[in-house]
Design a protein around this ligand. Structure first.
Ligand code: 26Q
Length: 818
């Protein structure tokens, strides 16, 4: 196979030819967008060679495969990632340079694939990178949303949502596969009967049928031919299925199905369209996996040996009844056979403990929309109830039932239909076992396990921070790119003044890049010699951005009172999207921006405090924000953040965690030691005790703490806005609705933690040492480690093997795979 990327010359030739044959123009006369598309096509086609050998190897060696079902994949951009993973970045960069082009201008033409809300979607994307890089056969299954999560703009301090038209220039990575389309059926009537042998038959007359059409995106591993598939399903009309006279309505309904990502506002409202989306990609994904299996193995008897399905939260949990339906209705397995196959194939990951965020659907809606699926869920419930009775646990049934209070409890369905249930950080998994799913843990202790999240250190360290990567390579070699645990080698040098100084220089370079972004895009000047303190994540009350801004408000008010008070010069960065319907979260964004306005425009204060709200937090923003940070704010109310993954991205780039003992912060301090992070605030057991005793009184804290009182009063006394009611929701939430997330309770501890951090920051060698230790210990938080654990302990996957010919065919030298 000829590899056009094997030399700069052949790449240049190929690119010019591609531009002229695709667009009928000389390279020199073409538009930047055309050149970008041509380059994308060349890279994708090159990946096609690896794709082919991967599929062949999996088929011929009967390698077990994973299907990762997720409503969200927050992929971000893929150009740099793909070029680097394929080992052809330098050839392309140089080739473009010789053609008078800057590769960076190509990189930024790519729109972020923002097919997700936040942590859960980005986790899925990191997992795909690690799966391919570890030579594991892992496919993603999702929806081809026409618009990503909204784009956030800030107007007069307030969030305004704009559509995210990520497909405007097309998607250079996707390959349309119309030949693999499947039908998905909704609504209508189901007539069911038993034949004389007691076998179930049904005739289904759906009211809405769509054609699910896949678009495949190649997922290339790091320096390996392994190339997996992210399959995105789009909805198209099914010509046969339009009912007379209903064309307009039908076209609208089809188009609506894949239009938008649903925003997570952490209160689950039963929106029918969302349920339709869930079934749509589940049904299509299951149909595909069944087809592939029949093609490769002839029948489905060994399905559970050769296929693993992971459910990314409950959003795809309809996989369980859908697979039952297919096995029984289409392939004539008995209930018991099908149930055995399903439960040995499916595993479930939980990402939330907030009770209000657990998915529940109205029974009527589910019955009307998915009559056969609903019938199967009823039967799952009936048999489960029998099992619980049989095992003498009837008293626990009401808390484990799927159907109760006219709702379908999706988490309970997920636990009952899976062989594995995992949380995403140690403390989160403990809370699942001890409280949220305690009854299930008593019934099925063997199902429960923990898989602490990770992030791909290739994107989040190696590619997004080339300056730090070069420095690390100089000291510890490049083995850590494939084996992140080798970052630990850096421990030998953390006291080396030379490394410390070089590291500070790298950090400063990253700060300059971020400052440059702020100047160009926000018109804000940022001093890179200040401490960079960052909190970036979805805006939610439990994440307590409010606590952060309260501390800043306090510093400012104190400066106004006491002209001699001069805080350590710090730039505070925030970046966060609020769900469009989440009024409190939007008001917090407004408060941050109003505070920023006031402080940044006060010449007495702004040399010491600057506040920057970066709009439209996204993968690409995170790639320039996380590696410029000195301090990583991870300050959720203990027990509420399942894991967090931003904390890991910051840590890998040397930022020190200022956080509560929540989510994966617990493991971060386990790794670096309490002396290399700053932990503060109430712990889970203390919060539980306060709740049990019903002893929390925000007013008592308000009355006894003058610093806090000053901050709270400033919300309504026109310090930050002429309108005293501007921040009424915030005030009411804290003072009238009992401060559910203990902002007031942790305020003092948070102030002291900041004071400690400031003192620490002044001691440069101590600070540098702590930052370097954070990097050295961050290997554990690579998703390579996480995926290894899933593969070994849940999925039972073996590596994909390639012959020498396959390496050659993929255009790979075996030496790359070190
Ligand atoms: C559900 C139904 C209807 C509409 C929206 C949703 C919905 C969508 C997205 C519910 C939840 C989400 C996303 C949740 C999420 O991102 N959770 C985060 O998952 C991370 C990865 O495990 C953790 O690190 C975070 O702690 C957790 O908050």
């Amino acid at each position: 196979m000829k590899n056009i990327f094997s030399s700069v010359e052949s790449f240049k030739e190929a690119l010019k030819t591609e531009v002229s044959s695709r667009f009928g123009r000389e390279f020199e006369d073409s538009y930047p967008e055309e050149r970008y598309q041509a380059l994308g096509a060349l890279i994708r086609d090159q990946a096609g060679n690896s794709w082919k050998v991967t599929k062949e190897s999996v088929r011929d060696n009967k390698t077990k495969q994973l299907y990762y079902f997720s409503m969200e994949f927050l992929m971000g951009r893929l150009m740099v990632n793909n070029l680097m993973n394929m080992g052809i970045y330098d050839v392309v960069r140089q080739g473009l340079e010789e053609l008078g082009e800057d590769i960076h201008n190509y990189e930024v033409l790519e729109a972020d694939a923002g097919l997700g809300n936040g942590g859960l979607g980005r986790l899925a994307a990191c997992f795909l990178d690690s799966l391919a890089s570890l030579n594991l056969a892992g496919n993603g299954n999702c929806i081809r949303y026409h618009y990503g999560l909204f784009k956030q703009e800030i107007v007069d301090g307030c969030q305004v949502e704009k559509p995210d038209c990520w497909l405007r220039l097309g998607n250079v990575w996707e390959v349309w596969k119309p030949q693999h389309a499947v039908q998905v059926k909704f609504g209508g009537t189901l007539n069911a009967y038993m034949d004389q042998f007691g076998k179930f038959h049904s005739s289904y007359n759906p009211s809405f049928v769509v054609r699910a059409v896949p678009y495949d995106v190649p997922i290339v591993g790091y320096h390996t031919p392994t190339t997996n598939t992210l399959r995105l399903w789009d909805a198209e009309v099914d010509e046969e299925s339009v009912q007379a006279g209903n064309l307009d309505r039908y076209l609208h309904d089809v188009q609506a199905l894949t239009a938008n990502v649903y925003p997570d506002d952490s209160t689950i409202e039963g929106k029918e369209l969302r349920l339709k989306q869930e079934y749509f990609f589940v049904c299509a994904g299951v149909a595909q996996l069944i087809r592939n299996h029949i093609r490769d193995y002839g029948d489905l008897n060994n399905l559970a040996d050769k296929v693993a399905i992971q459910l990314n939260d409950t959003h795809p949990v309809l996989v369980i009844p859908e697979l039952m339906r297919v096995l029984m209705d289409d392939y004539s397995y008995t209930w018991d056979q099908a149930w055995d196959m399903v439960t040995h194939t499916v595993a479930y990951t939980n990402h939330t403990i907030l009770a209000e965020a657990l998915e529940r659907w109205p029974q009527d809606m589910m019955r009307n929309l998915l009559p056969r699926i609903y019938m199967i869920i009823e039967e799952i419930e009936r048999r489960f109830h029998y099992e619980v009775q049989h095992r003498g646990m009837e008293h626990l049934f009401s808390q484990m039932s799927i159907l109760a209070g006219n709702q379908v409890n999706m988490a309970n369905l997920a636990v009952i239909g899976s062989h594995s249930v995992n949380g995403v950080a140690k403390i989160h998994s403990e809370i699942l076992v001890n409280s949220v799913l305690a009854q299930f843990a008593a019934l099925y202790p063997e199902k429960f396990n923990n898989k602490t999240n990770g992030v791909t250190h290739r994107r989040w360290l190696v590619y997004s921070n080339p300056q730090l990567t070069d420095l690390l390579k100089k000291y510890i070699g490049d083995g850590f790119i494939r084996h992140p645990e080798e970052l630990e080698k850096l421990m030998d040098y953390v006291d080396d003044p030379k490394l410390q100084e070089e590291f500070f220089r790298v950090k400063r370079e990253r700060k300059l890049i971020l400052a440059d972004y702020c100047r160009k895009n926000l018109g804000i000047e940022v001093d890179v010699d200040t401490m960079f303190d960052c909190q970036s994540k979805r805006l939610h009350a439990y994440k307590r951005q409010l606590l952060n801004i309260f501390h800043i408000m306090y510093l400012y008010l104190r400066m106004k009172q006491d002209p001699n008070f001069k805080p350590v010069p710090t730039t505070y960065f925030f970046s966060a999207k609020a769900a469009p319907s989440y009024a409190l979260a939007k008001e917090i964004i407004k408060l941050i921006n109003k505070v920023a306005d006031r402080i940044n425009n006060d010449p007495a204060a702004s040399p010491y405090i600057k506040v920057v709200f970066i709009p439209n937090y996204s993968v690409s923003i995170a790639e320039i924000l996380c590696n410029a940070a000195d301090v990583s704010e991870q300050i959720s109310t203990a027990g509420k953040e399942a894991s967090g993954t931003g904390n890991m991205k910051y840590m890998m780039n040397g930022a020190l965690t200022l956080g509560t003992l929540d989510g994966a912060n617990v493991e971060i301090v386990d790794c670096v030691g309490y002396e290399n992070a700053k932990i503060f605030g109430l712990k889970v057991d203390q919060i539980e005790a306060i709740k049990r005793e019903n002893s929390y009184d925000p007013w008592r804290i308000y009355n006894s703490n003058p610093k806090l009182r000053m901050v709270i009063d400033s919300l309504t006394n026109t310090t930050w806005s002429e309108n005293p009611n501007e921040f009424q929701l915030i005030f009411n939430d804290l003072m009238l609705h009992h401060d559910e997330f203990f902002v007031l309770a942790d305020f003092d501890a948070y102030l002291m933690a900041h004071a400690d951090v400031n003192a620490w920051y002044k001691d440069k060698p101590a600070w540098a040492r702590a930052m370097l230790i954070n990097i050295a210990k961050s290997g554990y938080f690579s998703s390579d480690r996480t995926i290894r654990q899933y593969a070994d302990e849940i999925w039972g996957l073996d590596e994909i093997k390639f012959t020498d010919e396959q390496y050659k065919e993929a255009g790979f030298s075996k030496e790359l795979k070190k």
